[in-house]
Design a protein. Structure first.
Length: 82
């Protein structure tokens, strides 16, 4: 059963959302409904939840023994910005 819902949203946001919906070939109502479905599907999320795409990458990279990511990160950032 479909029910109407009234939302108060900034006009510029609504216009951008309508434009996005048109580009996707979907209605704004459909996008909002699907968004609400996704965020309420499994209840509240903890900060430790990992996105499915990230989970699929787990284990795809094997670091060499003794690899110090902090050292490499520091060197990379130093090379880039200094």
């Amino acid at each position: 059963m479909k029910t109407k819902l009234t939302l108060t949203i900034e006009a510029s946001v609504i216009e951008r959302a309508r434009h996005y919906a048109r580009q996707q070939g979907r209605s704004l109502s459909d996008i909002v409904e699907n968004y609400l479905l996704v965020i309420t599907r499994d209840g509240p999320k903890s900060g430790k939840d990992i996105a499915p795409i990230t989970k699929s990458l787990k284990g795809s990279f094997k670091a060499p023994a003794g690899f110090d990511y902090k050292k490499d990160l520091t060197k990379g950032l130093s090379d880039k910005y200094l």
